[in-house]
Design a protein around this ligand. Structure first.
Ligand SMILES: *Cc1c(COP(=O)(O)O)cnc(C)c1O
Length: 424
């Protein structure tokens, strides 16, 4: 699969003229079409709901777009809960899948009626002590330990992950919750990240469905939903076959019919909490080449840095780059594309084959729609870029303004001389 930008050089320049560079831009039509495909793929399950993982792209415009699709959202912190609530989500349309959770976040989640997904059995007495009785519907997060593999391919190591409860703890938790009057139960697990295979969800679903049937049998609890969480990936590199959401939905359906229906659980709802799959491909970071440097290697310095997109720096993640307006040209130059941070890992690309880059060229960094802007930070006093939404008709709007130096200095307001930094 070739990777094609969702906007032209002309459009990118038009946005730059208005909001400057760098900026994150999102493709509204792409997000909508994909959301429809997800709904369609799981339409066989009456109660299906995707809870968009807010942490992937915490922006009210994007949350409202998913609300319009009938989706819920998945939160993990106070800020995410409040953003979801303010964007119009409430009650059981909010999933609270947090870990190491402070009491005040449980309290707020309970106040707005969110479904609480307990990460650990010790959270139950903690909740009782700090908040009070449990809501009617409660979910628990499962960690099977060991390794998670699909056809002998190890995908991840749940045994090394901090999340979830053991199988025995799940049973114990369900018994405790039931004795406190909880009536509807959910189970949740997140076992592998960015899986680019149609088998991940069906394999996970098989494991969770077996567990659900066992929990129902042993604890006599009603399992009203099974939450497959996130982890459905996207092809960051060219040439990788993307996931087929229709086949994923079909694979989950087969497991459902094989395991849940015979167990008399044919009314269980399927939930997902996808972030990356819902938004990743529909965002890009657009940045301008401002310097070139010729030492032991060839460097292109751009005006974005790891503060705008951290994945390459922290995971060595690949993000494809298109030099806008040079799509057809031979990729006969080898560059490191760098930001300005005083960290040598601030590189968007290393030894990347690209067309010749001239100063002023716009670089389109692909697949930043999830876990892109969201992971922004302020190291070296670098500021967050604006976020822009490109609409279907070619118009665009600002959905988050750029951070300013005044924003950056705002938390120094304990110092008189830092209160009016725009005058310095
Ligand atoms: C991060 C996260 C997600 C979303 O994961 P993606 O890989 O972006 O789909 C969903 N649920 C929980 C609990 C998470 O922590």
């Amino acid at each position: 699969m070739n990777k094609t930008p969702f906007l032209t050089k002309e459009k990118a320049e038009e946005i730059a003229a208005k909001y400057g560079t760098p900026y994150h831009v999102y493709d509204e039509d792409g997000i909508r079409k994909n959301a429809k495909a997800v709904k369609e793929a799981f339409s066989w399950n009456k109660g299906f709901k995707e809870y968009f993982a807010v942490k992937a792209t915490p922006n009210p415009f994007i949350l409202k777009l998913f609300l319009e699709q009938g989706f819920g959202c998945d939160c993990s912190s106070m800020a995410e809960l409040k953003m979801a609530y303010a964007a119009g989500f409430s009650g059981e349309d909010i999933m609270f899948s947090s870990n190491d959770t402070p009491a005040e976040e449980y309290e707020y989640a309970a106040k707005i009626g969110a479904i609480i997904n307990f990460d650990d059995i010790t959270m139950l007495p903690y909740y009782l002590e700090n908040i009070g009785e449990f809501p009617e519907t409660v979910s628990c997060r499962y960690n099977p330990g060991g390794t998670f593999s699909i056809s002998n391919d190890i995908m991840d190591n749940p045994g090394d992950s901090k999340y979830g409860m053991t199988g025995e703890q799940m049973k114990e938790a369900f018994r405790i919750l039931k004795s406190h009057g909880v009536r509807h139960f959910g189970i949740h697990a997140f076992l592998a990240s960015n899986t680019v295979t149609d088998d991940y969800y069906p394999t996970l679903a098989g494991q969770l469905f077996e567990l659900a049937a066992e929990l129902k049998k042993e604890c006599g609890t009603d399992i009203s939903f099974i939450n497959l969480s996130g982890g459905v990936g996207i092809p960051y590199e060219p040439g990788v076959e993307p996931n087929h959401i229709d086949r994923i939905g079909e694979g989950v359906k087969q497991e459902y019919e094989k395991i849940l229906v015979p167990a008399g659980m044919g009314d269980a709802k399927i939930y997902s909490e996808m972030g990356r799959f819902m938004a990743g491909p529909y965002g890009a970071l657009v940045t301008r080449a401002i310097h070139e440097k010729h030492i032991y290697k060839e460097y292109i310095g751009v005006d974005a840095c790891a503060a705008n997109l951290m994945r390459p720096a922290i995971y060595g993640a690949y993000h494809h780059i298109t030099v806008l307006g040079k799509e057809g040209e031979p990729e006969d130059h080898i560059y490191d594309v760098t930001g300005s941070l005083c960290e040598n890992n601030d590189k968007f690309a290393i030894d990347r084959h690209l067309p010749r880059i001239d100063m002023g060229d716009l670089l389109y960094i692909h697949d930043t729609g999830a876990h892109g802007f969201a992971m922004g930070y302020n190291y070296n006093g670098r500021l967050w870029s604006p976020e822009v939404m490109l609409h279907k008709d070619g118009t665009f709007s600002l959905i988050r303004r750029a951070q300013t130096l005044a924003d950056y200095f705002a938390t120094f307001d304990c110092f008189e001389e830092f209160r009016n930094m725009d005058k310095v």
